[in-house]
Ligand binder design. Structure first.
Ligand code: OAD
Length: 232
């Protein structure tokens, strides 16, 4: 069975990474347009680098939780693709094989001039750190106001899936939130969230099942239910 999984900040919350829009979330303490937009980068590069340096360092102190690990377990039974809005590496460290990062990755940087010069990076990024083309390196993150290049890779997975599992996302940030609109009419959709707020693309799906609760409880239960489906 082919399964696509769309994840957001909520799946990493119980690992200790803040979400964005919940109370106490990152956008309460930081102005999103200052630190996560292309305009913000042009205005104050040090501020933006500092914001992502702190996020990158935090990755060293967190570990995958039961939800990340349960999804990796599902790989043993089905053809699973994780499409994540998260820039952390907890799906990789949880053991999942096929992962598409829609909004980039904290542990990578790239030339400001091109998407082709991307480098692994696990330390602080400073002004003056240059790519091979002589241009400044920037976080490999999709900022507000920028295109989402991995979208084209993600869409066919959702179109061809028998099931779509959505975990820990407010479903507010497009185009990622619109991806569920590509699911086949007959495909089953599960939406696991502490405070599920399905958007209109989701509510029009007749086979939507809402699983309200923390990801570390709901995801292992769901994986247990569906892992052997399709096997006799
Ligand atoms: P949000 O902060 O918008 O939403 C987090 C979701 O996780 C909410 O629906 C919460 O109810 C849910 N949640 C919180 N704790 C949870 C838990 N323990 N178990 C299950 N669910 C939980 O985060 P995203 O939807 O991921 O983009 O945000 C999407 C994008 O907006 C991010 O990728 C980021 C942000 O701006 C960029 O920075 C480009």
């Amino acid at each position: 069975m082919k399964i696509s999984v769309l994840t957001g900040a909520g799946i990493s919350a119980e690992s200790g990474i803040k979400t964005f829009r919940d109370s106490g979330g990152l956008w309460e303490d930081h102005d999103v347009m200052e630190v996560a937009s292309i305009q913000g980068w042009h205005k104050n590069q040090s501020l933006v680098l500092d914001f992502y340096n702190k996020r990158r360092m935090q990755l060293k102190d967190v570990v995958p939780n039961l939800a990340h690990k349960a999804l990796a377990e599902l790989d043993k039974y089905h053809d699973v693709t994780i499409i994540t809005q998260n820039v952390d590496d907890l799906h990789e460290r949880g053991g999942s094989k096929n992962i598409i990062h829609l909004h980039g990755e904290l542990n990578k940087v790239r030339s400001v001039a091109t998407h082709r010069l991307v480098y692994d990076w696990d330390k602080d990024l400073q002004l003056g750190d240059m790519a091979e083309d002589g241009h400044q390196l920037r976080p490999h993150i999709v900022w507000f106001g920028e295109a989402v290049p991995m979208l084209d890779e993600a869409i066919p997975h959702i179109e061809n899936s028998d099931k779509l599992i959505i975990i820990g996302t407010s479903m507010q940030v497009y185009p990622a939130a619109g991806l569920c609109g590509y699911a086949k009419e007959q495909s089953e959709i599960y939406y696991c969230d502490l405070d599920p707020q399905p958007n209109h693309e989701l509510t029009r799906n007749k086979k939507l099942e809402i699983l309200k609760g923390p990801a570390t409880e709901q995801v292992p239960l769901l994986v247990e239910r569906i892992k052997k489906e399709g096997f006799s």
